[in-house]
Each structure stands twice: as C-alpha cells, then as structure tokens.
Design a protein around this ligand. Structure first.
Ligand SMILES: *Cc1c(COP(=O)(O)O)cnc(C)c1O
Length: 224
C-alpha cells in the first residue's frame, strides 16, 4: 500500500475527525516525508534530535515538527529555534532547559507533560504524585518561555484492549482533574497526545486530540 492509500485509510477510520494526526517519520527517509507533505500532511514526529534537525534542514519550512521521544537536556538547544511541540517532557529539569533555550531564541515552546500510564517500568513520565509536586512548586511559575498545552501518554504494549483503554481513560481523567484546578499561568491544557498505530482508535474513544502514527502510514521501520 502507498502512503497515500494508508493516509486515506487511517483518516477514514477516525472516530473523531478533528483529532490531529502526527505522522511519525522516524527512521524513514526525507523522500517519504515529502510524499506525505505533498498529500497535505504538515505535522511530523521524530524521536531523535539529530535526525529531526537533519530532516528539518532539507524539508519545507512550514512543517510542524514534533519531538515525541525521550529528550536529553543537552540536545534541546539544537531544536529550540524551530520545534513546534515537545511531547515527552518528563522532568522539571528538562522543562527548565527548554525554557532556557527558548528564551535564548526569543520563543515560547509548547510542551506536553508525559505521564506514566503503562504497566512497564521502562516507559518515561511523571506519575500523578510527581505531577502535583511540580504544580505545587515555585519553579514552574518562573518558566515564562514554555507553555504546557497538554498531556502525553503511552499505553502498555499488550493485546489486552480493555487494559489499554483503561490506561487512556486514566490519562483523560487526570487532564480533566487538572483542568478543574488553579493551574500556573503557563498552563493551558488542551491536548491529549495518546494513541499510535496499534491503539489509536482506543485512544480516540477516550478523547485523544493527537495521535502519533508511524507504521500505519510509512510501513514497518528498519532500524539497521
Ligand atoms: C515510534 C513512536 C510512535 C509511532 O509508533 P507506530 O506504532 O509506528 O505508530 C508513537 N509515539 C512514540 C512516542 C513513538 O516513539
């Protein structure tokens, strides 16, 4: 199947047509991104800073680049000038660094806080307690060059759909709970980034506003 057919098929299955599609292009060549771009896609997700920067240099400037992977603090500076949204912010230290680099280039960088919703230990993210600690602290109020526009989560890698949907539901409920609170000025929780190729429909059932889809658009990744 071609990228065009894949995109068509995905869009046709969306439960919520307004849910934003982030085309996850990691490991795929710039030619594939250009092909999707020519079909109207403007949001692309990458998980390695070097790859992201190299692709951004060659590809059209109106692409909205999403950093979806685990981000190391020392790499923030390379993408501060152009990154559209950082999905995986999982510590205050990282948020501070993003703020610092954003200030240097006179920008405000939009971020999502990654919340740990999966069973696996290995997935990054805040747990609920850590999130509330962040909100209660002083530092968060000083970060004027970042804006937290939502939450991001990755469900457990399992065939058990009930469990996956429950995890997404938990993230939705957390967002709703936070929205009831008196949040720092640099918070405007709108987005819920959840759902990938295997579980984006379950995520949309739980009000996901952004799905990050790679394999179903570009095919299997070859890591060699
Ligand atoms: C790779 C990746 C995706 C896309 O995964 P697919 O299963 O190929 O759709 C989504 N989110 C994150 C954080 C990823 O690293």
């Amino acid at each position: 199947m071609s990228i065009k057919e894949n995109l068509h098929k995905i869009k046709n299955t969306f439960i919520n047509p307004n849910c934003k599609l982030i085309a996850v292009s990691k490991t795929h060549p710039s030619e594939s991104i250009q092909e999707a771009y020519d079909l109207g896609v403007r949001d692309f997700g990458e998980n390695k800073v070097q790859e992201l920067v190299e692709k951004a240099e060659k590809l059209p400037k109106d692409i909205r680049w999403h950093m979806i992977g685990h981000l190391q603090r020392n790499k923030v500076k390379y993408m501060a000038e152009f990154i559209y949204l950082v999905h995986g912010v999982d510590s205050l230290k990282l948020l501070k660094e993003i703020n610092k680099q954003a200030a240097k280039v006179s920008r405000t960088i939009n971020c999502l806080l990654q919340v740990h919703i999966a069973e696996e230990e290995s997935k990054f993210g805040f747990d609920e307690k850590e999130l509330f600690e962040l909100l209660e602290g002083k530092t968060i109020h000083e970060l004027q060059n970042v804006k937290v526009i939502g939450l991001m989560g990755m469900a457990t890698f399992t065939e058990n759909e009930e469990q996956v949907e429950k995890e997404f539901e938990g993230l939705k409920n957390l967002k709703n709970k936070l929205q009831q609170m008196d949040l720092p000025e640099n918070f405007d929780l709108q987005e819920l980034s959840m759902g990938m190729t295997g579980d984006y429909l379950l995520a949309q059932k739980q009000d996901s506003t952004m799905v990050r889809i790679g394999t179903a658009i570009f095919g299997e990744r070859d890591y060699n």
